[in-house]
Design a protein around this ligand. Structure first.
Ligand code: ATP
Ligand code: MG
Length: 137
């Protein structure tokens, strides 16, 4: 069984969409193996998104991700990494397929409701970043 890492981002949590998103996640066959509600510091957001440090949107992205609580998730399913990316939809909600989480709950490219790891290595790193030493069930 493969595991991936996801975030219900501050925009979706603030909008009261956490439960709806979790429902869709479970309806799509994912098991929630880990879940925590956190409020990231700016420094944590900068570390988490360090791969984007040179991008023009880095400061706005890390300010947004540390602006309010989010929910970090470990999701388990056969093919979880690709499956979660498909369920999320395109980065820009305007370009996302109907029925995807970003189409349903995202407002714009910088307020796009959810995050998901993009490969095996990043999934392992991102799970470890937020769940190191914690019991995943
Ligand atoms: P995520 O990593 O959040 O799952 P992603 O892998 O689809 O999204 P990335 O290219 O990794 O997209 O970008 C990380 C995040 O940075 C995006 O989710 C988005 O919120 C923000 N972002 C990406 N590109 C832009 C942009 N051109 N302008 C503003 N924000 C952007
Ligand atoms: Mg990404």
């Amino acid at each position: 069984m493969e595991r991936t890492f996801g975030i219900i981002k501050p925009d979706a949590v603030a909008a009261g969409d956490t439960g709806k998103i979790l429902d869709i996640i479970e309806q799509n066959g994912f098991k929630v193996a880990g879940m925590r509600k956190i409020h990231m510091s700016k420094k944590t957001a900068q570390q988490f998104y360090s791969v984007h440090a040179s991008r023009p949107f880095y400061d706005a992205l890390t300010t947004f991700m540390s602006s309010a609580p989010c929910v970090v998730l470990v999701l388990e399913k056969d093919g979880a990494i690709l499956g979660w990316r498909e369920l999320m939809g395109a980065t820009n909600p305007d370009m996302a397929t109907e029925g995807t989480l970003r189409k349903l709950f995202g407002k714009s490219i910088d307020h796009n409701a959810v995050h998901g790891s993009d490969a095996k290595e990043t999934a392992a790193e991102e799970i470890a970043f937020f769940f190191a030493g914690m019991n995943l069930v």
